[in-house]
Design a protein around this ligand. Structure first.
Ligand code: FES
Length: 84
């Protein structure tokens, strides 16, 4: 199990799973769910390398290691700390 820390809450997610549902349940706003609107933008505070590579959609919206789209990210393993 991987661990996602969102502001001050802690969530367990299976290794390799998408983080979108957990983020939405934690209060992060979503809109398109397809990487187009950037509503779900999150800041990665720790564990950057524990997320999957940036998707084409994230690159198109000028995201980088520190700023990702919650609807596009997969958590590989370990712990990732984010805020929004
Ligand atoms: S919800 Fe639109 S980019 Fe993620």
């Amino acid at each position: 199990m991987a661990k996602l820390l969102i502001n001050n809450s802690e969530h367990e997610i299976p290794d390799g799973a998408r983080i979108d549902e957990t983020c939405e349940n934690a209060g992060i706003p979503f809109s398109c769910n397809t990487g187009v609107c950037a509503t779900c933008q999150i800041l990665i505070l720790e564990g950057h390398d524990n997320l999957g590579e940036l998707t084409e959609e994230e690159v198109d919206l000028d995201m980088d290691r520190d700023t990702r789209l919650a609807c596009q990210c997969i958590i590989k393993s370990g712990t990732v700390k984010v805020s929004y």
